[in-house]
Write a protein that binds this ligand. Structure first.
Ligand SMILES: Nc1nc2c(ncn2[C@@H]2O[C@H](COP(=O)(O)OP(=O)(O)OP(=O)(O)O)[C@@H](O)[C@H]2O)c(=O)[nH]1
Ligand SMILES: [Mg+2]
Length: 410
């Protein structure tokens, strides 16, 4: 009889325990993560010293501080990582077609995740045609700052009247035969001329002092935990790059002749202590074809809108090489920065890890890569390989190359 009572009591205990478990499970799973009503246990994140991210909110009274066994979405109620310093008068800028939407979406998402969600800078989109509603809807949803959409005026995306159309057409036919990349394209030439001389004149850009150019399908591999625009301003930088290389000679045979003509006509614009050593191996007689890759740029718009750059661009535009050859905006910007700026005004961002087909800049130095949570393979870094001009930049500026560069030369 006694053992019967014990068994009976055990059943009651089991039943009670089972009911308690069922109650616990049902009460914690009625709300769907991300539905906007779930309160996940507050688990304050450890902050790194010097981190600009806002501290996580402490758990409110009555909430458990036990870590969940699964990985929750970002807890509701925690403030987003934010930068509390003053914002710069700066914007991202992308030239794009409607058909570029998914490629530019990838770029935006990476910039937002690695940088802009903390700063919320604006983004200007420019196009030679009106942007469609899908382009606007998707990009607006991705950018944390305000988005602006602008159409480019005919004047900035067409042949100037002094261009001989027959001559330009023959050049395109010849380049097509010689299989020069984009050699037969008219729109590519308008694009290069626009990026060389006009993007900073667009009415939507006039309000800004600083820009960061972003192209479709780029990648960013490391966190950027400080305001790069503020860095540029505080350190008196006007132009910057992450990758440099030699330009295809066939696309710019007379670019340096026009540049020399400009130097002779406007000696007042040539900066003392410039970067001629980056551009030329014989004191300016010839161009060595080194340039900074302009699909990434952080730079100062007032410099581009100033008299020196305007005179340089107008000289080139009059000579017609955007159409009679296939001058790219990368050598144009680089030569301008190399001659019109003091060499200290150009900055190499080692800590901005970047990819645009087919080259990668992955920071040299393991500590930097680990601190910044980089996911690039250091073996892919192009900086110290034979076809890069970045060594030359270090040499003319008397900079020490980062530790470990010797192992990345081939
Ligand atoms: N609106 C517009 N944008 C263009 C046009 N052609 C190029 N672009 C944009 O101009 C920038 C440079 O063009 P890309 O095609 O990327 O040129 P690239 O970087 O030399 O060549 P890829 O190696 O193909 O990337 C990109 O932001 C393009 O989206 C065009 O005809 N119209
Ligand atoms: Mg591109």
């Amino acid at each position: 009889m006694a053992s019967g009572t014990a068994r009976y009591l055990r059943y009651i205990l089991f039943a009670f325990f089972g009911l308690a478990v069922i109650y616990f499970i049902s009460s914690s799973s009625t709300q769907i993560p991300g539905s906007g009503t779930t309160k996940w246990p507050g688990t304050p994140m450890p902050q790194k010293p010097g981190s600009s991210a806002a501290p996580a909110a402490p758990a409110t009274a009555g909430e458990s501080t036990v870590t969940s066994g699964t990985t929750p979405n970002i807890p509701e109620g925690l403030p987003p990582a934010a930068h509390d310093g003053p914002r710069m008068n700066a914007t991202f800028v992308s030239l794009a077609r409607n058909s570029d939407i998914w490629e530019i979406a990838r770029s935006i998402r990476q910039i937002e995740d690695r940088f802009n969600k903390k700063f919320k800078y604006d983004w200007v989109f420019l196009n030679d045609k009106p942007f469609d509603s899908t382009f606007k809807k998707v990009t607006t949803s991705l950018v944390s700052g305000t988005t602006h959409y602008g159409e480019i005026s005919k004047e900035h995306w067409s042949f100037p009247e002094w261009i001989d159309q027959d001559k330009a057409r023959k050049v395109r036919e010849d380049m097509a035969q010689r299989k020069i990349i984009y050699g037969d394209s008219v729109s590519y030439r308008h694009m290069c001329r626009f990026e060389s001389g006009f993007f900073f004149q667009h009415p939507l850009m006039k309000q800004f002092e600083w820009y960061w150019r972003v192209e479709p399908s780029i990648e960013l591999f490391c966190d950027i935990n400080y305001d790069t625009f503020k860095y540029m301003a505080d350190n008196k930088k006007k132009y910057s790059f992450v990758l440099s290389l030699y330009e295809y000679v066939e696309t710019i045979p007379t670019l340096w002749d026009s540049t020399k003509k400009f130097m002779k006509a406007h000696p007042e614009h040539i900066a003392e202590g410039n970067s001629m050593g980056f551009l030329s191996d014989d004191g300016g007689e010839s161009y060595n074809h080194c340039h900074m890759w302009s699909n990434f740029e952080i730079g100062n718009l007032d410099w581009l809108r100033g008299q020196a750059y305007t005179d340089y661009f107008n000289t080139l535009d009059q000579d017609g090489g955007f159409f009679y050859e296939r001058w790219g905006d990368a050598p144009v910007h680089s030569i301008a920065a190399g001659l019109l700026l003091k060499k200290e005004e150009i900055h190499f961002f080692n800590d901005i890890a970047y990819y645009h087909v087919p080259f990668t800049h992955c920071p040299t130095g393991e500590k930097t890569r680990l601190d910044l949570k980089c996911h690039c393979n250091p073996k892919d870094n192009f900086d110290w390989k034979g076809y890069s001009c970045t060594s030359r930049f270090f040499e003319i500026n008397g900079l020490d190359k980062p530790e470990g560069y010797e192992n990345q030369q081939d």
